[in-house]
Design a protein around this ligand. Structure first.
Ligand code: G6P
Length: 754
């Protein structure tokens, strides 16, 4: 507005100046014109009177002169006449007022200078008068002087009228100037500028990305063009800044659920992530008329639930809970986690016979002992194999159903229950990106070679685009196994296998846990169920100097019996710690339908009571054993209350209890005793590493744990936490999904599809 105001002021100033100059010229011109007219009129009158006045003056006839003058003034009263003789004495006159004498004298003086007439304006009683003086000669003789006067105030009126008209014109012009300026400024300058400003603001705030719409040839057109170019550059700069930020995110060492979400969004766009596992992440169990939703024990669920929470998508798993059906919709679906639903769980229903053959039989009596070197003999029954095949097909149908209509879906298969699934999916959907992650160890070719269906299993796995293992050593074993039993091309540099024109990458992805540890709320009734454990832990915490902890799914691979032996040995070897150390074991029963596992439950229980029977005192129990499934809150409580945690697996793909213990110790205290046969030992090198078959070494490790100085304990824990912080579950999932998404899948031609 300021500029409009200034422009109006300057234009008005110019208009006033020009109007004033022109009006002045007009006034002068008019004055000249009217003076000329007056002059002509007066000289005409004077010329008419000159001869007669000369006669009367020569004759000295004052009477007749008077009559003559009176006749004149009577005929034309606007004229005043004065006659002076040759001695400049007033002889006669009429029509003057008294104050005019002085003026007459002035004109007499003025006209003495020559023979010609003299005229001019004078003001008498405020009114303009025109005075005309004519010297009268006869020959060379000066006879007298004639003075004429007339009212010329009409000239002032005329001049005033001219000024008045000009003022009116000026006012109208000013109005026009103001209006025109405002309209032009609004239309061509301030309006478009406001438009550009709001467009620029939109661009700055990232709301507007359209090019500026400025009419061609407009006054601000060139500016708009430049600004458009500038904003294009800004958009480019912004895009490259975003790309840089993305790269930064990619190169940052700390992975968070947020970063995983961002990575998945970048890699998958709007597509879903499909995870398939045997074990479901949430299981509905009915006991004594009460239904509860539990999180099953085991590393796979521990690891993948945070991934699905971050990515969303569909998790397809066996609905194994006895109240699962009532708690799912008609398609077997429900949104989970129950307290904060963010992904879909699709449950696949299996018959008892299918579960028996596929899960208990082939998966857990066949492949599980085949892959874990614990000297437990695998059992391969043809019927189990046939169930394994049909259940894999059942899951394949469920997956194919879910991914129908989605191009290049991303499918992450979990574990040894689904070795055939990659083949069953890829043969129907070659555009799908399929990875299988093998959570358990992969044995050497000699060990694997005893499986009667080794070729089918390998062919099934090699249909995946990516096969992931926990550690490089398992990848090596896998490549050697394929090399031994299948016709294929193995690239030992790239770690890939090409068979029948299809390439499979084989890579290690060490699985982990959420870091910092997730603090989930407890399910309904869970606290009550866990109250005995908590009470015991709290009481022990008060009465016992050092608590040790073991948390396991009860499995012969976990080395629980060996651990107990080491605890007993510790008390014999270091008796000063009797009544000062208690070991709390939380054992979650698992696969109890299998005899080996069923027997193990009793063995573990018996081993603990035997030791207690031998060592316990009235106020002390060396091993407190709880056989139950426990929730995260209880487990965390125990982790935090403990001086040391024992993970003594005889063979383990990774073992996430070790990592969970470290993740939970935000007080940077506690000692981890870790088996050298776990995958985790490669990352957690500040643990006290033990051979679970060496009871003496384990007993000494317990002694070191309870006698370790504070600083060493916290140094070791701090280093392990730093490792875990960097290599957490989000990094595992991010790397696995990014690697899979960057694999180029072969899209079949329409002929191939037909
Ligand atoms: C291991 C396996 C998982 C399995 C878990 C629990 O961690 O790698 O696939 O889910 O044990 O075993 P379960 O048989 O109870 O599912």
């Amino acid at each position: 507005m300021k500029i409009t105001f200034r422009l109006i002021l300057s234009l008005l100033g110019c208009a006033i100046l020009i109007t004033a100059i022109f009006t002045y010229i007009q006034v002068k011109h008019e004055e000249q014109h009217l003076t000329g007219e007056l002059n002509r009129r007066m000289s005409g009158i004077a010329a008419g009177m000159e001869a007669a006045v000369a006669d009367y003056l020569e004759a000295g006839s004052r009477e007749r002169l008077r009559t003559y003058v009176e006749q004149y003034t009577t005929r034309d009263p606007s004229i005043s006449i004065a006659v002076y003789d040759h001695q400049e004495a007033f002889t006669d006159g009429d029509g003057w007022n008294d104050s005019s004498r002085q003026i007459q004298s002035k004109y007499i003086l003025k006209s003495r200078a020559g023979r010609s007439d003299v005229s001019g304006y004078e003001y008498l009683a405020g009114a303009r008068y025109f005075i005309f003086a004519l010297p009268i000669y006869r020959g060379e003789e000066f006879i007298g002087r004639l003075l004429l006067g007339t009212d010329a105030s009409y000239i002032d009126d005329r001049i005033s009228e001219i000024w008045r008209n000009s003022l009116v014109q000026l006012l109208m012009l000013s109005l026009l100037i103001i209006l025109t300026t405002v309209i032009v400024m609004r239309g061509s300058i301030t309006g478009p500028i406001a438009q550009i400003a709001s467009w620029l603001q939109g661009i700055r705030l990232g709301k507007d990305r359209q090019p500026m719409n400025m009419p061609r040839g407009d006054i601000l057109g060139p500016l708009a063009r430049e600004v458009t170019l500038l904003t294009k550059n800004l958009a480019l700069a912004r895009a490259s800044a975003e790309a840089e930020a993305r790269l930064r995110v990619e190169s940052e060492s700390t992975w968070t659920s947020q970063r995983l979400r961002e990575t998945i969004r970048q890699e998958l766009g709007s597509r879903n992530l499909y995870i398939i596992s045997n074990r479901e992440p949430y299981m509905h169990q009915r006991k004594g008329g009460e239904t509860s939703c539990i999180v099953p024990a085991g590393g796979l669920v521990t690891a993948l639930d945070p991934v699905m929470r971050a990515s969303g998508g569909v998790w397809i798993a066996h609905g194994s809970g006895n109240a699962d059906v009532e708690n799912s919709d008609r398609d077997g679906k429900l949104r989970v986690p129950p307290e904060e639903p963010c992904y879909t769980l699709k449950r696949v229903w299996l018959t008892k016979a299918e579960e028996e053959g596929y899960y208990y039989g082939f998966s857990n009596e066949g492949i599980w002992p085949l892959c874990h070197i614990t000297h437990t003999r695998p059992i391969f029954r043809p019927d189990d194999w046939s169930d394994y095949q049909s259940v894999n097909q059942k899951f394949a149908d469920a997956v194919l159903d879910e991914i129908r209509g989605e191009d290049e879906p991303t499918v992450l298969i979990q574990d040894y229950h689904f070795a055939l699934l990659p083949y069953l999916i890829k043969s129907k959907r070659p555009d799908a990106r399929v990875a299988i992650f093998w959570h358990i160890p992969w044995p050497n070719p000699e060990s694997f070679g005893i499986c009667p269906w080794k070729r089918e299993i390998l062919i099934g796995l090699l249909s995946a685009d990516l096969v992931g293992f926990q550690i490089q050593y398992h990848c090596n074993n896998f490549l050697e196994t394929v090399d031994r039993f299948l016709e294929s091309k193995i690239d030992w540099e790239e770690f890939s296998i090409t068979r029948n024109d299809h390439r499979t990458s084989v890579k290690p992805f060490p699985i982990s846990v959420a870091f910092p540890a997730l603090h989930e709320p407890e399910g309904k009734g869970e606290a009550a169920k866990a109250s005995l454990v908590r009470k015991t832990v709290q009481e022990l915490g008060k009465s016992i100097e050092f608590l040790g902890v073991g948390i396991d799914r009860i499995d012969y691979t976990k080395g629980i019996a060996e651990r107990y032996k080491a605890i007993e040995r510790f008390f014999y070897k270091y008796p000063e710690f009797k009544e000062r150390v208690t070991f709390v074991e939380l054992g979650a029963p698992s696969r109890t339908h299998i005899k080996r596992y069923h027997d193990l439950l009793a063995e573990i229980e018996a081993a603990a009571s035997d030791i207690n029977w031998r060592l316990q005192t009235a106020k002390w129990t060396p091993i407190v054993y709880f056989e139950a499934h426990h929730n995260h809150v209880t487990i965390n409580l125990l982790y935090k209350a403990s001086r040391f945690c024992m993970v003594t697996s005889l063979h383990d793909g990774m073992n996430l209890v070790a990592k969970e213990f470290v993740a939970s110790r935000d007080d940077e205290d506690g000692v981890l005793i870790l088996s050298q046969f776990t995958g985790a030992v490669r990352e957690l090198q500040d643990a006290l590493v033990v051979n679970p078959y060496d009871i003496e070494e384990m007993a000494d490790a317990i002694y070191r744990a309870v006698t370790m100085p504070d600083t060493e304990r916290s140094d070791r824990m701090r280093r392990m936490r730093a490792q875990l912080k960097e290599h957490n579950i989000y990094r595992w999932a991010g790397n696995l999904i990014s690697t899979l998404c960057r694999i180029r899948v072969k899209i079949p031609s329409p002929q191939e599809v037909a």
